[in-house]
Design a protein around this ligand. Sequence first.
Ligand code: 1GP
Length: 251
Amino acid sequence: TNIYNEIRISKAKSEKLLAILIDPDKVALETISTLAEKINQSPATHILVGGSSFEGNHLDEIIVQLKKNTKLPILLFPGNPSQISSEAHGILFLQLLSGRNPDYLIEHQVEAVPILEKTTLEVISTGYILIESGNETAVERVSKTKPLSKNNIEYVTQTAKAGEFIGNKLIYLEAGSGAKNAVPLEMISEVSSRISVPLIVGGGIRSKKAIDDAFLAGADMVVIGTAFENDINFFDNQHNVTLSAVEVQKK
Ligand code: 1GP
């Protein structure tokens, strides 16, 4: 399968994508089948697995269990090269474009190569842009970089566009997990209108309305982490809300 191609096709058809982020630090192996069942009942189209600080060694097992219980594509969302598992289907190969820490711009990517060469993971180049969110998030702390100002939409857009010119196949606007404020809608709208690659938006999105708003502003994929982590029933009664305003693709 070619996960990126499917994402592009969805974007071309304006079919919105929803990813559930699983932080390996926060899930117990025994709970995965229940979790997967909830994911299967939700409108999710993708699963992301990763976190800024995870260093544990049960990553493979988590993904194996997920694959046993759901058919959704599983993409790694790694905070560092130790978070690579050959069990996943693909990897968001992230470049932290908002920061000026060379480790997150190129060093970790170089270190990841010998690991990736032993896998068949689909590698998807992703420009990752951290936006100021009202609180210090783990990405900021771990990467030792500052987020871009939420008020400087032009600079954020230029950064996204530079990522596209460099060759990033996805752009990810990130407020950070547990962000107080999500990425501003006006920013989503400007960035999405100026780039041609698919746009992922995440961080601090914790209501169905906020998901819809991000889609309507121009996000092609929305990522939900904390909201689902805190409430496994988050997606229940989905029919009550306007995710239907945009077709949510179900694999
Ligand atoms: C974090 O964008 C994701 O990388 C999800 O954030 O946990 O706030 O949903 P939340």
